[in-house]
Design a protein around this ligand. Structure first.
Ligand code: ISL
Length: 549
């Protein structure tokens, strides 16, 4: 029995969680001050976004020292105290591992840039240009060419993200050894696992070929997503590091299908425990995330999740989430933040916490925090700002750009945690690094905890339910009403125990069309986010969980 299968994860974006110093930036002591809060909620695993030394071009995803703590967040002593405080409460800690790239201020990169003959030159992808143009036509995730010219050495380096995030060359064995040694040191300190940033991008086609018309920027994913040595690297990491610890691993993986996912998490593969597959994060948009569609299909959602659940069944393990620090707020995106904020947040929670796979809660989800609609000057996220500027240059209308940013921008998830109705929502006594959502007088932890029918106690109950009912962890999964555009319904069962989950993911009442054997089962209602219920109809965003004795 693995602890990471039975656990419930709570993701903390440290910059935005709690500020103990008044400088407007969340920090480790701030997190320490909220440990009892986490325990009360009931979560058993915390995932921290990067807390390592970083110039913060991408809020810590550009790491300049993997083994020290970002000064803004505190010290290594603070980190040790945080780890100890979590462990005292029976909560595990998983860290973010960002090893597709580092910062251009990391000593490896500085050495590789200043001294082309150094062994560190090959830790990165340095290449000659072609006719004074970059070595290939790949576009960066954060807009523009994925190559940056360095005049002194007359070469370019590859950066699939920002130019302050040079890609690390995993072909180089010394680099891999350095990474594994660093990981072991964190494990030896006592951390319990890693969430691995864009881990299926680490193996590149060494020839780094252009895609399509070399004069146009193109997404080069076919040459670096799930690349030729991906599984070899994962197995090596497992052999040299992971297998020696009772740890948990979860890889962030864009563009994986179930077949590829199985190779990463298959029980006998000796690679990872879980991945975040991202297919359902694309349900509501076109080719790019900024091309937002007015609605999304519940049937398609169920097809995606069911395909993964059934595809990995008995072999790998799933992870369940509605959002993270890169995604819009779940209740704004998949629920109805206006008319049914409480009910829809509850309905969404009921799904993630009862499906097979480990559930992940992103900070603020437990109080139904929502998206924001700021003016462009108020945003901090480089992805958002780069895209906005690029589109403006191409002649796009600011109004339509802002519409996309309001719906999809990453800062939606990163606004400070809303603790109470005091100034800045109790997040800081200073000026918050990113503006607090103006709805904090209404939506905040202090208030949510006082609402017995509200979102916070609902999360608390769901987490407790999952802990007490191992059928929700290990039980069989049978989807019901798969072609219904409103209801997400399924049965979990193990031995004699059955749990039935009925969730209306829509603003309208929904007819329940349940098989006879389910209607005829003597159910006890365990959770219901309305006062009433029937077996023939669900109210808007009604979520009911029933159990056999
Ligand atoms: O959010 C995204 C798409 O919806 C991308 O912008 C995002 O960069 C991609 O999901 C990869 O994310 C991870 O790596 C990035 C970092 O900026 C993200 O915060 C991280 O989760 C680079 O390290």
């Amino acid at each position: 029995m693995s602890w990471w299968k039975e656990g419930v994860v709570y993701q903390i974006y440290p910059r935005s969680f709690a500020d103990s110093t008044g400088n407007g930036v969340g920090d480790l002591k701030g997190i320490i001050s909220k440990l009892d809060y986490l325990q009360e909620l009931g979560v058993t695993i915390v995932w921290l976004n990067p807390v390592y030394a970083s110039p913060n071009d991408d809020n810590g995803y550009d790491i300049s020292d993997y083994e020290s703590i970002m000064a803004e967040f505190g010290t290594m002593e603070d980190f040790d105290a945080l780890l100890a405080g979590l462990h005292q409460r029976g909560i595990k800690l998983i860290m973010d591992l960002v090893v597709n790239h580092c910062s251009d201020e990391h000593p490896w990169f500085i050495e590789s840039k200043d001294n082309p003959d150094s062994p560190y030159r090959d830790y990165f992808f340095w290449r000659d240009g072609v006719n004074h143009q970059p070595p290939n036509n790949w576009v960066s995730v954060f807009s523009g060419s994925a190559w940056q010219y360095h005049p002194e050495s007359e070469q370019y380096y590859l950066h699939l993200f920002s130019k302050k995030q040079p890609d690390l060359n995993w072909e180089n064995e010394a680099l891999r050894k350095d990474i594994y040694a660093m990981m072991r040191r964190w494990f030896d300190k006592g951390v319990d696992g890693f969430r691995m940033d864009v881990i299926n991008m680490i193996s590149k086609n060494p020839e780094l070929p252009s895609v399509g018309d070399p004069s146009q920027l193109e997404w080069g994913g076919q040459h670096f997503m799930n690349g030729p040595r991906q599984h070899e690297f994962m197995r090596e990491m497992h052999e040299q590091v992971l297998q020696h610890y009772n740890c948990m691993t979860v890889g962030e993986c864009f563009d994986v299908d179930v077949e590829e996912g199985k190779k990463l998490v298959g029980a006998d593969r000796k690679e990872l425990h879980m991945i975040f597959q991202m297919e359902h994060m694309a349900l509501d948009h076109g080719d790019t995330k900024w091309d937002v569609q007015p609605t999304w299909s519940r049937v398609a959602l169920k097809q995606i999740l069911n395909r993964w659940i059934q595809g990995l069944d008995g072999d790998g393990w799933n992870s369940q989430f509605w959002m993270n620090h890169d995604q819009p707020r779940a209740v704004s995106r998949f629920g109805n933040e206006q008319k049914f904020r409480i009910e829809s947040a509850q309905a969404l929670a009921a799904v993630t916490l009862t499906l097979p796979g480990t559930p992940y809660i992103y900070m603020g989800e437990e109080i139904g925090m929502t998206n924001v609609q700021y003016s462009i000057e108020e945003y901090k996220d480089l992805e958002t700002l780069n895209w906005y500027n690029e589109q403006l240059q191409k002649g796009a209308e600011p109004k339509s750009l802002m519409r996309s940013i309001h719906l999809m921008g990453r800062d939606n998830a990163r606004t400070p945690m809303q603790w109470n109705d005091q100034e800045h929502a109790g997040f800081t006594t200073g000026n918050p690094w990113l503006k607090v959502n103006p709805n904090y007088p209404e939506i905040n932890v202090a208030r949510a905890q006082q609402q017995p029918q509200g979102i916070w106690p609902w999360y608390q109950s769901l987490i407790a339910l999952r802990k007490e009912n191992k059928v929700l962890v290990y039980g069989r999964y049978t989807p019901i009403m798969e072609s219904c555009e409103q209801v997400f319904a399924f049965l979990r069962d193990q031995n004699e125990t059955k749990i039935l989950v009925l969730v209306n993911l829509s603003d309208e009442k929904a007819v329940l069309d349940l098989p006879n054997h389910i209607v005829n089962t003597p159910w006890q209602v365990t959770l219901n986010n309305y006062d009433s219920m029937t077996m023939s109809e669900l109210l808007p965003w009604q979520a009911i969980i029933m159990r056999t004795e």
